[in-house]
Design a protein around this ligand. Sequence first.
Ligand SMILES: [Zn+2]
Length: 91
Amino acid sequence: MENEETFQYTPIQPKQPEQPKAEYVLKDDVTHKPSPKRGSYVITDTKGRTFKMTHQPNSSCRKCYGRGYTGFNLTEDKTIICSKCYPSPKR
Ligand SMILES: [Zn+2]
């Protein structure tokens, strides 16, 4: 006579892990800067200066080669922004 084993099926109860409550609230990210707006583009020249522009420079521009600036005014220590990609509105 074989041993009749009676299996009592007990469905595994999915444990409901208690969600640990967050002790902090993320207010802003590490940079503390607002997320960049659409359509804004920042040019960074070789001297580390940044210029906020409204759009990306033309990558096929023959004047600035897509950099957004053509060079430096050494006497005034200013970066010359490409006038072809960013024509001055006061003209
Ligand atoms: Zn250009």
